[in-house]
Design a protein around this ligand. Sequence first.
Ligand code: PHE
Ligand code: ZN
Length: 877
Amino acid sequence: MDIASTTGIGDAPPEPSPPPLIRREDYAPYPWRVPTTELRFVLGVDKTTVQAKLKVERNPHANPANVLRLNGDGLKPAGVWIDGSLANSWEMDGDDLLITLPGDAHEVSIDTQIDPAGNSQLMGLYASNGMLCTQCEAEGFRRITFFPDRPDVLSTYTVRMEGSKADFPVLLSNGNCTASGEGEDGSHWAEWHDPWPKPSYLFALVAGQLVANTDSFTTMNGRKVDLAIWVRPEDLSRTDHAMESLKRSMQWDEQAFGREYDLDVFNIVAVSDFNMGAMENKSLNIFNTKYVLADQETATDGDYDAIEGVIGHEYFHNWSGNRITCRDWFQLSLKEGFTVLRDQLFSAAMGSEPVKRIEDVRVLRSVQFPEDSGPLAHPIRPDSYREISNFYTATVYNKGAEVIRMMRTMAGEERFRRGTDLYFDRHDGEAATCEDFVTAIEDGAGLDLADFRRWYQQAGTPKVSAKLEHVGDTATLHLEQAVPATPGQPDKRPMPIPLKIALFDRKSGKHHGEQLVTLTEAQQTFSFAGFDESPVLSINRDFSAPVAIEREVADEDLVFLAANDDDPFARYEAMQDLVVGHLRGLLSGSVDAAKRDSGRAAIGEAFRAVIADGELDDLMRGELLTLPGETYLAEQMLVADPAAIRAEREGLKAWLGQSLESDLVAMHERAAAAPGGMSAEAKGARKIKTSALVFLAAGNPDLAETMAAAQYDAATTMTDRQGALMVLTSLQGPQRTHKLLDFYNRFKGNALVIDKWFALQASSLHPSVLEQVKALAGHPDFTLKNPNRVRSLYMPFTGTAQGFHAASGGGYKMIADLILELDPINPQTAARFVSPLGRWRRIEPERSALMKGELERIAAAPKLSRDTYEQVTRSLG
Ligand code: PHE
Ligand code: ZN
């Protein structure tokens, strides 16, 4: 063969070919079935050998093929056997192994060898603090052995692990431990069998020096399930909250969805090196330590809530994900959207329903809305990808949950339950599609979802403009929807949008009942008789649809709703609208000084009412006192100037801090006297203490510094301590340095708390945040190898107007440098940092050019991972 012609020697250097585009419409069933899979591991941190034995048979429902294509990623087969004989009828195609099989059923065995310690991507089998663990979703199993690594190939797994008893005293895999014993030279082994057929992405193995918090749960039909949470010995005392959360999840899923657990054991393992939050491997969930470990001294109330939510999420996947899995990765929202909805409903039931709803909407608006209006916009069921890891997004997860929530709203709780019962019943044991889900809800709940399916096809946040007219005794609501163009989707069709509304009587402050109107056309009007006076419109109550409402509304109506609306979400929304409208006016220059003062006065009046309202619980009060975030404000503008947004928002904060100073100080004092503990009351008190400090810090920095330092010193919880330190970190007084040092020394060695120490500094309002983050990157505790540490320093930084968006471009350069340095180590985590730069089209021209320049610099790098390549090219395209 002519080497020169294939390598391009003598020509221009070869262009690396872009990673292939995978399309949803190209789906074809796999030609083979794999009824059983046997895996034998001889474990070592630097060298692990894997023997895989697969029973394969032809799939009668697929186009026949004589070749068995097994996916691999960086593997070499050390030997291939067919029906017990060493075979040579195989070849490599790139990373894949192709084996030609003569008959209809065979036993194929393959030996491979891997290096867990060298696996810095944290996909496949890797080492973390001396222990071994796996992460296989989405395509990590192919880094362990050759396999049809796709979710529609279900197999029953038997796993044998052998290794040093001293290094790996605990050996875990999916299902039940069926046998174990001692070997020679201090080795031991264990065999595990999982009776439930599963796709390879749900395989898991853990080996290490772990101890367990154990408990049990008895299911509704009397099955006793042994529960264990495995951690390093020094972490054992911080696992009780996770265990309680697990038991509550198991019980709630029985009550709310009729789902019972289906094995005798359920294990959770906490690892400190993990790319995501947690993973739902069948009966062996693997968690980021962040979502397991908590005690009052080291975890905030927010951390406690997040742990409960993620424990629930992974547990709920046992049915929505494992018993019914996905046909292909385009269907990811089938399991993720539904499971997020399930975890949201669970958390709401365990705590405050309205507060949980507000928090969920805040995440949607600050993360998913920008995604939906930027270059990475995609439908909840995407049409194509190059790297599936890039599609574990707020759109697939959170908008996916909102879409299913709308079906629930339209059907009502009871009928929706009939729909989900039918779905679980009809598709149990299958690899299903989003279409299967919608059809089951349609059939079970008795809904017509023909047009509603467009929510799965079309990207972009719909804009709904609403106008209320009043003539005679009739109020008429004019609604209009527009779904914006998104990459690859220039033209959109109207989608059914369920909007909960109420019309308030101005005098009584009451309404005549909430109604659900569904906007199905581009434009529609709805009339309501019986109003002598023009009513006040409350719309998209409970955030019944994930849309942006645009309407002209008088400040006095918003002040009215903020005080009177009986829907807590709508009350919060009125406060947000009041502030957004005010700041938008200032930022567009359409507001003069006199109007600014009247706008501030209206906001101040609403805030004072919220502080004084004796009916409100403090958790809700804290929500109502939260100003809309800078990203959400930027989202309101076609092109945003981050510095101007910061200045106006801080200006308002300072004004509120000054004009409400005595109310805020009194609120702080009252809350500081509240009892501790984990009751809603105690959590609410802690929340508003820090809210008070946030406003006071803007209005009266010296007073806030004294109060925050006192709160820090008196703190018995991480919530109080972190809240105080957050405020101090954004100030410039001497207490900043004192308390940061104290915090570091106090928690040295506790990785999760040191993450907070990095994050607080990286998110601060301090003018030198860019230099500070640069210095922290050189701190001995900083490492690019641990994703939690990387995220804790750089993610909060991308939200800083004065740092990331520094006019010099230094912040953009810092993130681009990070991406380039991290990409060869951990591409999945590196690619997550592209989207902040991808906002360039929506930022004022000078910064925009700098951001684009950094993206181009990344794109020009000689070798990029598929992950980063895809995100950068989409961001520039
Ligand atoms: N499936 C996990 C979840 O949402 C997320 C995950 C994806 C974890 C990929 C690791 C890798 O529950
Ligand atoms: Zn999930």
